[in-house]
Each structure stands twice: as C-alpha cells, then as structure tokens.
Design a protein around this ligand. Sequence first.
Ligand code: NAP
Length: 361
Amino acid sequence: MSDKLKVAVLGGTGMVGQRFISILNNHPWFEVTTVAASPRSAGQTYEEAVGGRWKMDGEIPASVKNLVVKDVTDVKGVSADVDFVLSAVNMSKDEIKHIEEEYAKTETPVVSNNSAHRWTPDVPMIIPEINPDHMDVIEFQKKRLGTTNGFIAVKPNCSIQSYTPALTAWKEFEPYEVVATTYQAISGAGKNFEEWPEMVGNVIPFISGEEEKSEKEPLRIWGKIENGVIVPADDVKITCQCIRIPVLYGHTAAAFVKFKKNPTKEQLIEKLENFKGLPQELGLPSAPKQFIQYMQEDNRPQITLDVNYENGMGVSIGRLREDTIYDWKFVGLSHNTLRGAAGGAVECAELLKASGYINKK
Ligand SMILES: NC(=O)c1ccc[n+]([C@@H]2O[C@H](COP(=O)([O-])OP(=O)(O)OC[C@H]3O[C@@H](n4cnc5c(N)ncnc54)[C@H](OP(=O)(O)O)[C@@H]3O)[C@@H](O)[C@H]2O)c1
C-alpha cells in the first residue's frame, strides 16, 4: 500500500481542478484518489465528465481518468476514503463556506483555492514563503468547529502574487503607499481563447471584485494573530486597477511604491534575490529554489519567456527604477494558475503536512 496521503479534488473537472490533477501526477507525498464535481458530472468517469474541456498540456493522468466522479455535496462519501481535500469548486460564496466547513467537520483538512473563507477570522490565508506563522490560528479554528484534525486553510488571490512577494522582501524599508495596476490572463477566469474569442486582440478594464482583493489581501497576509484571530496589518495603503488582457497564463503588475526609509537600488535587488522562506528551508516538493528573481534587462519579465520560471512557482521582478512622484517603481510577473492558484495551494498543503497539520487518517 502507498504511503502517500490520499487527496480528493473538489471541483476537479474545472480549470483549477485540472491543474491540481496535473501537478499532483507523480507527486512524492500526495495522490489523487477521489474527484468530485457538480451533479452534472457525478457518476461519469473523470475522462467522460471532462470531455473536451481538458485544458492542460499532456493527457489526463492514467491514475485519474477512470475514477468515477462523485458529487461535491456528498460530503461523507467524498471524505470517507481521503486524508484531506483540495477545493476549487465554483459555487456561491455561501455554499462554498458551508460545504468547506462540513468537510472540516468530518475531520478532513481542507486546503482551498476559493475566496469564500479568506476573511473568516480564524482561517489562515497563506503564502508559504511569507506567512507560515499564520498556521498557528488553526488551533483556535478547530476549537470553534469542534474538531480534532479538521480545519480550513486558504491561499490568497492570484493577482496579489506579482507584487506582494517583492513588498514583503522590502519590509524593513517600510513601504507605506503602493499604486499597482495588474494585467491579468484570461485563464484567471477559467477560460481559454476558444471559449472567450472576444478577448483576442482585446483589453477589458474590469474584473469583478478583483481590485478590492488586490488592495486588501496583502494586508491580511502581513497581519498578526491576536486573541485567536488574524488581525490585518494597517501600515500600508494599496490602491489597484485590474485589467484583463489577451494572454493565456501569467499576471503582470506595474507598481509604484513609497518607502519611509530610503533604500538604494542595490539594496532593493539584494533583498529580492536573498529572500527565502520556510518552504525553501524545508525543501518542500513544490517550493521554488529561488522564490524571486530580479531581471536586469529592460524588456523583462515577459510572459512568453518568464511565466514558467521555477515551474511557474517563482516570481520575476524587473524594471526597478526611481520615480518622480513615488520613490521606486517596478514590474512583477507570476503564473496565475500555478503560483497564483493550484500550485500555491499544493505548496500550502505540503507546508501543512510538513508541520504536522495534515496526516494519514
Ligand atoms: N482560474 C483561476 O485562475 C482561479 C484563480 C483563483 C481562484 N479561482 C477560483 O477557483 C474556483 C474554481 O475556478 P475554475 O476557474 O476552476 O472554475 P471552473 O473551471 O468553472 O470549474 C468549476 C468546478 O466547480 C464545479 N461546480 C460548478 N458548479 C457546481 C455546483 N453547483 N456544485 C458542485 N460543483 C460545482 C464544476 O463541476 P462541473 O464540471 O461538473 O460543472 C467544476 O469542477 C472558483 O471559485 C474561482 O473563483 C480560480
């Protein structure tokens, strides 16, 4: 029998779910043994349910294609044979909140890609390189849920990951005002160009709810645990515009920053390049060796050349230069469905396993 932890992917037929299944193929610690989706897919094999919707490179992994898809709402049936679940379902926020708690209450840890619990005060929202200490709030959450092993952990929105790592690396220079514009790929909406032909050669200046997430979620990532809840930081103001652009994968951000201290360009680059976190120390399977790279060339980072840096788990920063109104400006790039979604959630699950929060049932 395999020593690997068994995982169910909730929403496994969707864009992020497919990404989970593709990156967990041959994962050293985890194996997908259950897939769940809507009642439309339940009862069919994974291959039948996905049909022509498979969007990943390569074939559907052989270990998954014949699994019979279960109904996400069959919480007992789905959780019975797995050690934890990865969640990427597209239901209403209230439905997701409810169902993820139902899973946790079966003593099944939930690592979620969804936004529903990102502001639940005792649910940690984790970028493993930045705030692994937020795992400590899980004990308080378990008390509220009345569980011994079941809990929910989430990862933040994809948009923040192209500028938040750099701002974190620069924390000692006390950034206090940030203006950012994000240029976001269409896969962030779960679509490709066949499904969204209107995006070819187009730019759409609106992504519902994205600006609020982009402005507020970094503050929660930098927050502290007080009295059993995460209290967001309040020492940085961020304002953001989020634009959809005709690119399949990769979110780019152009950001302007004011600092209370006065760093030099060399100091800023040095902090980026030497930034390391617990995933690098622990050698987690999905952790990039180099989390942030600085690119000296004036025309980098570029989507086509740099989006897959460190298997899509690293962040590329470039064009760092002094500004006439703000102190410094830069451009950041991260992969929205790897670092920004499924990859970030898998790295979070690895961190939780390595820290003793996810175990064999
Ligand atoms: N795409 C991204 O880059 C990205 C990034 C960050 C966060 N997210 C979030 O991640 C979640 C999934 O996104 P996605 O792009 O993968 O969506 P998607 O491609 O539309 O997939 C949605 C999944 O949810 C299932 N589902 C839909 N309605 C359901 C229902 N009523 N009951 C149970 N299951 C249901 C679908 O099953 P069927 O196949 O049976 O319909 C499918 O497996 C969303 O909450 C989204 O906001 C996405």
